[in-house]
Design a protein around this ligand. Structure first.
Ligand code: HEM
Length: 261
């Protein structure tokens, strides 16, 4: 074959890319990455419940239980891997899942827009869809912006003066006792609840697991996942504002000094 003839042939894509180019492929990617996200938010909420356990005795030290949990995450698979390696691996999976989830959502909405060159004449189709399904894009954008703020707040500390690396209990109290921040956490987590409700429900459809016999079971699962994560997460800023979660330097062996006063 001459070089000119080879150039005229359509370029071969790999099989995964061919599948991803279709609507069904993108839905699969949304469902699988969505499941990773759901697993993370459930585990993260359960881990954060440790703030309600307050200070505990570790050996001959008094420490906040949620701070010990942070150390545990860094120690996953030690000594097979160096400290922090497995955690970075999990973070990489999470970042890739979020990026693919957003990319597939954007691709699907472009495909839908192109397929529907004539706008709806009536709003009937919108009426039959639930509030959660109609607001997926907005709830997703709110959650995405929240994650950026949240990392800047509690992980990097760039928006929270006095942030102390590794002092999760102290940082949570410091940040969420500012009522505008607490309000932001509440609003974002209500949006996450809506997103989780419709996401959990529709991932079964995307994966092709939509036998009418278990539709009720699907709905119940979506309600339980969304309600559990939302109630847990919304309770944290409320508990801080109410003083139920409050950093007490006299309760621990090595108290954190307030560096901002
Ligand atoms: C009120 C609810 C929440 C609280 C109190 C909270 C608390 C925390 C804390 C204290 C950390 C820092 C851990 C450390 O570095 O020591 C953290 C990290 C993180 N949070 Fe949250 N979180 C909440 C909700 C969420 C939600 C809804 C999401 C996602 C949708 C989320 C995603 C993350 C991520 C991605 C990290 C970084 C994890 C890492 O790199 O180790 N959080 N959170």
């Amino acid at each position: 074959m001459t070089a000119t003839a080879a150039r005229a042939l359509p370029r071969r894509r790999s099989i995964p890319r061919d599948i991803y180019a279709t609507g069904v492929g993108k839905k699969y990617v949304m469902a699988v990455t969505g499941m990773i996200g759901i697993g993370f938010v459930i585990a993260h909420m359960i881990g954060n419940l440790k703030m309600y356990l307050g200070p505990i005795t570790e050996g001959d030290e008094r420490v906040y239980d949620i701070d010990v949990y942070g150390e545990f995450l860094r120690a996953i698979l030690v000594p097979i891997l160096p400290a922090g390696f497995a955690l970075w691996g999990l973070r990489a999976v999470l970042v890739a899942a979020v990026a693919l989830h957003i990319h597939a959502a954007w691709g699907l909405s472009r495909m839908n827009r192109n397929a529907r060159s004539v706008k709806y004449l009536s709003s009937r189709d919108y009426q039959v869809a639930s509030f959660a399904s109609r607001t997926m894009r907005w709830s997703g954008i709110i959650v995405g912006l929240f994650i950026v703020w949240h990392l800047a707040d509690l992980t990097w500390g760039v928006v929270t003066p006095g942030h102390v690396p590794g002092g999760a209990y102290y940082n949570i109290d410091r940040s969420l006792s500012r009522w505008p921040v607490a309000a932001l956490y509440i609003v974002a987590n209500l949006a996450l609840g809506l997103h989780l409700f419709h996401g959990t429900w529709s991932l079964f459809q995307s994966m092709g697991w939509n036998n009418p016999h278990f539709n009720r079971w699907r709905r119940n699962l979506a309600v339980v996942v969304a309600a559990a994560v939302t109630c847990g997460n919304v309770s944290f800023p409320i508990a801080v504002l109410a003083g139920v979660v409050e950093y007490d330097p006299s309760a621990v062996t090595e108290p954190i000094e307030d560096s901002t006063t």
